[in-house]
Design a protein around this ligand. Structure first.
Ligand code: IPE
Ligand code: IPE
Ligand code: MG
Length: 243
């Protein structure tokens, strides 16, 4: 697809969903689905950044996903470690900066170490940001922000009357722009506690495709759809009206 004719969103969020069902439909174990999802995610990430998307937020593990069996959680955590270790050189080479959003509690020291290595290796990169939301919850992020704000108020670093919509995001896990386009694969029509602050005016693209099968063509389709949306932000685009 010719991206020159498309409107490129600055910040795209992806709720990576349907790995388990992709595998179950093929009579494979859920783990195989997660592995296929991780492989697809790495390819898609580099494709999206190469198309000029500045920030890509990827929901790979929610705070609620700890409700799953120990076996599945352990598999996913090990998969994060191996895929991060494998891909960090590629991200470094392609000038992509990697950041993480989420709580460290409940993550093993091995996972945290791999995350820190990846952030360290890519911290000076300027070609685009990939934000992995891992042990992430939108509620936790807002609560954690409130706690940091309260500390700054107590330490007289912040006057509560100065808090506004520009300052508040600086207290979130990462200071990122609003999400322009949210993609959710896997057929569900919900946001499952993802980036509540950043999604306030996002355009949504829902698809039944399970994530391991979500390729470049459908990503292009989502960007094409987004290009056609009339974003009003509560105002009115008078030039589109006849009167
Ligand atoms: C998304 O796939 C990956 C994670 C949530 C970690 P799922 O594991 O939710 O797959 P389905 O929704 O059960 O098919
Ligand atoms: C959302 O998917 C979380 C991630 C993609 C990491 P889930 O599969 O956990 O969401 P629900 O349970 O269907 O809402
Ligand atoms: Mg799911």
């Amino acid at each position: 697809m010719d991206y020159n004719n498309l409107k490129i969103p600055d910040h795209v969020g992806i709720i990576v969903d349907g790995n388990g069902r992709w595998a179950e439909a093929r009579k494979l174990s859920r783990s195989i689905g997660h592995k296929a999802g991780a492989k697809n995610l790495e390819k898609l990430t580099r494709y999206a950044i190469s198309k000029g998307i500045k920030v890509l937020s990827l929901y790979v593990f929610s705070t609620e996903n700890f409700k799953r069996s120990k076996e599945e959680v352990d598999y996913l955590m090990n998969l994060f470690i191996t895929t991060f270790k494998k891909s960090n050189k590629k991200y470094a080479k392609e000038n992509i900066k990697v950041v993480f959003s989420g709580r460290e509690d409940r993550l093993s020291s091995d996972v945290i170490k791999t995350m820190n290595e990846m952030m360290e290796m890519t911290k000076n990169n300027t070609g685009g940001i990939v934000n992995f939301c891992l042990n992430y919850g939108g509620h936790s992020e807002l609560i954690d922000a409130c706690k940091k704000i309260s500390q700054d108020v107590n330490n007289k670093v912040l006057d509560i009357d100065d808090l506004n919509e520009e300052i508040f995001p600086k207290y979130l896990y990462n200071d990122l722009p609003p999400i322009d386009l949210l993609i959710r694969t896997g057929g569900e029509y919900r946001i499952s506690n993802f980036m509540l602050w950043h999604l306030s005016y996002a355009e949504f693209y829902f698809t039944p495709t399970y994530f391991p099968g979500f390729g470049y063509d459908e990503f292009d389709q989502a960007i094409l759809d987004y290009t056609k949306r009339d974003r009003r932000f509560g105002g009115i685009n008078y030039e589109n009206k006849n009167n």
